[in-house]
Design a protein around this ligand. Structure first.
Ligand SMILES: [Zn+2]
Length: 128
């Protein structure tokens, strides 16, 4: 079941980021403490990133049924930024961290590890 959350990040002089998004409690909890990388979302060279903390996300108490209903039209991201889309995953092999859309880095069942695309290709070659 999804709840509605408000995200707010004060980025000092560069401005702030905010967003309204629907997510499950598990999804939100698993993103807390993770590295979030927004990139240059507040203008050139702004490089917005940091660790997502509990206080950055506020749960809004509206009926889950209402969240469900609106989500049918808006999807999960209602407005602004959804920090869950910007969580970085680090590769267990090269220890670089990547954003999902940046460089295909995700959990690979066949190796039981988080691997970036490059490392996965390497490991595949070695295993042949
Ligand atoms: Zn890697």
């Amino acid at each position: 079941m999804k709840n509605l959350y408000r995200f707010f990040w004060d980025c000092g002089r560069s401005g702030y980021l905010e967003g309204l998004f629907a997510a499950t409690e598990e999804n939100v909890n698993s993103a807390i403490g993770e590295d979030i990388y927004f990139g240059e979302v507040l203008g050139k060279h702004s490089e917005v990133y940091g660790v997502l903390e509990e206080g950055d996300i506020e749960k809004l108490y509206i009926l889950p049924e209402a969240v469900e209903e609106v989500s049918q039209f808006l999807g999960s991201n209602w407005s602004g930024f959804n920090p869950l889309d910007y969580v970085k995953t680090s590769c267990d092999n090269c220890e670089e961290s990547y954003r999902k859309d940046e460089w295909d880095c995700e959990y690979r069942e066949e190796f039981d590890k988080n691997l970036c695309h490059e490392c996965m290709e390497e490991l595949k070659k070695e295993n042949k």
